[in-house]
Design a protein around this ligand. Structure first.
Ligand code: FAQ
Length: 336
């Protein structure tokens, strides 16, 4: 007879796994609040990848050359792939893809604030690669060591692709910076618009981050929002210098004592408005996603009908085989 361990034993086993920095896997016992936090974070991450296809997708039809178009198409397709890995990781926690989609479309789950800003010039494609993917890498490399197995494994593959995305953005901006005065001005204008919203991607300051302490205790997050923001600034300033662009922050300077760059405070009221749904493009992004979902209904129906037909065919083949195995010939031991 197998005995089911009591909840305190399960909790102790869970705590020991977290303390060892080991992975929790889908069939392991986990506290409800841990599961809920993971669903919230992974779903928000997946939605960000899917909504994040829109700002750059806006430029696929207007790419300046076939080469740039091929690169951009591949990048946007990668983002769709990242969304799918992440939805799959989230489904291992017992929530369905349809529920997650519904939560996004009804505005009950968030996606990253950064995708609520418009892309006004082709330089924005480069800036998104350099700064948005750069920030994403800073945030996501530590998530490869997150305590939930399927999320950590999805992040390993995603980070490899994000690193390619970041380089393509930097290469595009470098090419423009070596071009005409007009191209250099386009790059600077784009960086001026994106810099502060990119710093907001890391979330509110630690003192105002309600989820950080518990998420770090559970090993879901390995670093705090402010630690990662600082790491990103330290990494990006030398890249901006090499590129020849000015980061739009008069407070940005090297602090010898801290061994880090000091930098200004993002506008947290603007951040609050964007995550409340009042950013420049929130309504447009969700309307576009809803329309795409409705237009895709026939694909989901066709795929469901096909899967049902295949399952019925498999079932009837299995039944025939079973009948054959127990039929007269089988009983008499006659080989067919
Ligand atoms: N936007 O207590 P915390 C990409 C919310 S990269 C919107 O600090 P937490 C790649 C937060 O959900 C972008 N909401 O929360 C790509 C919470 O609200 P809730 C996606 C935000 O979870 C590149 C509240 O504020 N990356 O897509 C944001 O401990 C280029 C309080 O905040 C990820 O999602 C924000 N920026 O820390 C694609 C990474 N920040 O849910 C296309 C995984 C905070 O309680 C093109 N996620 N909030 O109602 C994380 O690391 C964490 O969830 C944080 C937030 C750090 C984002």
């Amino acid at each position: 007879m197998t005995t089911i361990p009591a909840e305190p034993d399960l909790q102790a086993a869970f705590d020991a796994t977290i303390d060892r920095h080991d992975r929790i896997e889908p069939r392991d016992w986990m506290p409800d609040a841990y599961r809920k936090t993971l669903v919230r974070q992974i779903a928000q991450h997946a939605h960000s990848e899917i909504i994040g296809m829109q700002p750059e997708g806006n430029w696929i039809g207007r790419a300046p050359s076939l080469r740039r178009k091929a690169i951009l198409l591949a990048k946007v397709q990668d983002e769709a792939g990242h969304g799918l890995y992440l939805y799959s990781a989230c489904e291992t926690l017992g929530v369905s893809r349809a529920e997650l989609t519904d939560l996004l479309l009804s505005g009950r789950q968030k996606y990253s604030s950064i995708f609520n800003y418009p892309t006004l010039s082709y330089a924005d494609v480069g800036t998104i690669g350099w700064l948005v993917d750069g920030a994403a890498i800073c945030n996501q490399v530590p998530l490869c060591r997150t305590s939930y197995g399927p999320y950590g494994r999805a992040m390993i593959r995603i980070c490899k692709e994000e690193s390619f995305h970041q380089r393509q953005g930097y290469e595009l901006l470098m090419t423009m910076m070596r071009g005409t005065d007009e191209q250099r001005a386009m790059v600077q204008e784009s960086v001026d618009r994106f810099w502060w919203p990119v710093l907001m991607m890391f979330g509110p300051p630690d003192a105002q981050s309600p989820n950080s302490a518990q998420s770090m205790a559970w090993g879901i997050k390995r670093n705090s929002n402010d630690e990662l923001r600082q790491k990103f600034v330290d990494m990006t300033v030398p890249q901006a210098e090499a590129l020849g662009v000015t980061l739009p922050d008069p407070g940005l300077r090297w602090n010898e004592e801290r061994g880090h760059y000091d930098f200004g405070e993002p506008d947290w009221q603007e951040f609050a408005a964007v995550i409340r749904g009042d950013g420049p493009c929130n309504a447009q992004r969700l309307a576009h996603r809803r329309a795409a979902h409705e237009e895709g209904a026939w694909v989901r129906e066709a795929a469901t009908a096909f899967a049902e037909r295949e399952a019925a065919a498999r079932e009837s083949a299995a039944r025939e085989q079973a009948e054959g195995a127990s039929g007269p010939a089988a009983r008499e031991g006659v080989a067919r």
